[in-house]
Design a protein around this ligand. Sequence first.
Ligand code: UD1
Ligand code: CA
Length: 454
Amino acid sequence: MTQPLHVIILAAGQGSRMKSRLPKVLHGVAGKPMLHHVIDTARTLDAAGIHGVIGHGADQVREATPAADLHWALQAEQLGTGHAVAQALPQVPDDARVLVLYGDVPLTGSATLRRLAEAGDDTLSLLTVNLDNPEGYGRIVRNSAGEVQAIVEQKDASPEQRAIREVNTGILSVAARHLKHWLPKLSNSNAQGEYYLTDIIAMAVADGLRVAVAHPDNAFEVQGVNNRVQLAELERWHQGREAHRLMTEGATLMDPARLDVRGEVTVGPDVLIDVNVVLEGQVSLGAGVAIGPGCVIRNARIADGAVIHAHSVIDGAEVGEGAQVGPFARLRPGTVLAENTKVGNFVETKKAQVGAGSKINHLSYVGDATLGRDVNVGAGTITCNYDGVNKFQTVLEDGVFVGSNTALVAPVTVARGATIGAGSTITRDIAADELAVARGRQRNIADWPRPQKK
Ligand code: UD1
Ligand code: CA
């Protein structure tokens, strides 16, 4: 393929059936705006240019789509799909091949599109599907030899044409120089008063081009979204496909219908994922990792053999080999747990390095902290890392033992092997192997007369 590929993504329509203040193409599938799915797919095709045609909510769409490699074209009035493509065409070189995609058709596969884009200069390639119910779609009209002759929109179709079940997905690919020749000749004298892109099929046939037809591997790939019901259908299809992929790659899913993947997830062999788990962003789960029910894991690396117990939330963290987290733990960004660590129930960590074998088993907050190896943090320990303006570090060296209900007022360093008595408020550094106790001394008063009711 010598022709540079230019992808034109149509995204100017209003999407009124979404009943939303958000432009339709910004509604998400798997946590990512539909338009961004399409752009990401276009990028996999090594396109020389990607063009977004926007109109309704143009500013909002542009703002939500920071992409240096994208060219925007404004279609101020939506006069039809042919008119929309024409808005981007001045930015497309004559020797390019154009692929037309849609901002509200988010899940078309690269493999399917590559088949269209690789056709020769004398070929217009068209993506079609056969539907049991072709209602609403443009119909593919073929001659008796089976060659494509034209596309007729539903509203312009004769009863015989309406019976055709092969429909236009809208996605097509053709040389830019042909488009530049045909689009100015489109007319809007049709049932909808629009400049139809689909009218170029008959023009291609008249000009002696070959019309090649390709089909998607799955009809959901070309499913557009007009309302929230269709959005939910696509979401479920995508989730089903992701679950299938993870199982193929060695994960056991307790219920494939109760896992949601909103990003890129990789799994090692023998991963086990219980029900109602959400995986977001970049997540990698090593061999033998087990994720309990109800966990939310975002942008995290969980190493081999780690166990994340029920209802834990992990965000921007690394969990080392064989570590145990939860139930009900919250690891916030910058948490790095080394191998064989334990972070138990109702523990929150943030920007915390936790060395191998260390334990924070219950009810603690550990933030802006560095823990060495084999540190034991007792229940109810709090790093007081914030004075209202600045954040300070807490350092607990190897083998430190922190008694329950300790407040560590940062900046503070507890050296190797030191012990802190329960209930202490630690404001000064502690040297190696020292015991620090910082609490009111207990007094026991014998035969104490309790107050009496008057
Ligand atoms: C279009 C096709 C039809 C095909 C169907 C597949 C035409 C004339 N018809 O019909 O053959 O079966 O898609 O879903 O192409 N858009 C713009 N600017 C416009 C008009 C549309 O950006 O001026 C965008 C819309 O935002 C939408 C897409 O193009 O994303 C399709 O437009 P729509 O009006 O939905 O076309 P259909 O009538 O569905
Ligand atoms: Ca449509």
